[in-house]
Design a protein around this ligand. Structure first.
Ligand code: GLN
Length: 321
């Protein structure tokens, strides 16, 4: 194994350097002022296997905000506290084929139920379902759950939060519409505060790789040896990652990468490889993958990150299909 890991590390170093050169073809998320100015040439990756071994390469220690990757976590947390049926009455599990912040289907398909929790309309609704009487309580519930997975309390990047809060016109419009149609359970401003604070949680590639690893193992934390979320919730989250996790590029991603993954506009991608029955494969016991590459493409996915993942999945034959 040690030899396999050092070989994998050598491959990753080469591929990361190669794909980093593509970062000029993407841009940082310029609709969020605080994200406009981050270094767009970063590219880093962390892979964690069940015994806790980490294979890291590139700018893997740079911290960044979760953005839409938080949608997987808040969905899981809502299922834990409210139960799956309650949550699915308010948010569906169908891909849209539209941009992540699209508003169009809410009115087109009465009664305006959000299509899935991986787009903004769904995630704002999910934020309103979290337990607690105030935004503070709701966030606290998430913090405790995240700590169970990554072993530390998450911190919020206040600058990114403020920047989004001041410019969240479209998210506000979505929230008001959801309030009017009755899907939002809390007040508009409270739901938005929770949603945007979750988007502003600071992580690094190691943190999201670890969450990916736990999901790869159906909610079992292989390092702490503890079931941290129920198997059925983990499976549901993975199905949503596969069908909706890369926004309106999810089909292409499933076709050419073939792994459950969730992206965020800050350039993070949380991906996972489930354990395989094919013993000859590297990473046959599954792994979590965290990537950071802030140059994003027209869908809002890390341009360099997707290219790197595609290469890795093809070279190491990791597609779940
Ligand atoms: N905070 C961002 C927004 O609401 C998250 C979007 C994303 O990562 N795609 O627009």
């Amino acid at each position: 194994n040690v030899q396999m890991y050092s070989q994998s590390k050598a491959c990753l170093d080469e591929w990361v350097t190669h794909y980093q050169s593509y970062s000029t073809y993407g841009q940082t998320a310029n609709y969020i002022p605080a994200l406009r100015t981050i270094n767009s040439s970063h590219l880093g990756i962390c892979i964690i296997v069940p015994d806790g071994t980490m294979i890291k390469s590139g700018d893997c220690e740079v911290s960044f905000t979760l953005q839409s990757i938080s949608k997987v976590i808040s969905f899981i947390a809502a299922c834990l506290s409210r139960g799956i049926p309650y949550v699915l009455e308010r948010v569906d599990v169908e891909p849209t084929g539209d941009a992540f912040n699209s508003i169009i289907r809410l009115e087109m398909h009465k009664p305006g139920k959000p299509f899935n929790p991986m787009i903004n309309a769904g995630a704002i609704t999910i934020a309103s379902l979290l337990p607690g009487e105030s935004s503070q309580n709701k966030l606290e519930f998430l913090d405790v759950f995240i700590e169970k997975m990554i072993g530390k309390r998450p911190t919020i990047n206040e600058e990114v939060f403020r920047s989004e809060w001041q410019t969240a016109h479209r998210n506000r419009a979505l929230a008001y519409y959801l309030k009017e149609t009755g899907f939002l359970e809390s007040e508009v401003e409270e739901s938005l505060e929770v949603y945007l604070k979750l988007c502003s949680i600071e992580v690094n590639t190691e943190d999201i790789a670890l969450i990916g690893l736990i999901l790869a193992h159906d909610g079992y934390h292989p390092i702490r040896k503890e079931q941290v979320l129920p198997k059925n919730v983990a499976k549901l989250a993975k199905a949503l990652m596969l069908t909706c996790g890369m926004y309106n590029a999810s089909g292409k991603f499933a076709a050419f990468v073939g792994l459950p993954a969730k992206s965020g506009v800050s350039g993070g991608i949380m991906a996972l490889v489930p354990p395989s029955v094919r013993k000859e494969l590297p990473f046959q016991n599954g792994c979590g993958i965290g990537i950071y590459g802030p140059a994003i493409d027209e869908y809002g996915n890390s341009l360099t990150g997707v290219k790197l993942l595609k290469h890795i999945a093809q070279e190491w034959d990791l597609s779940i299909f």
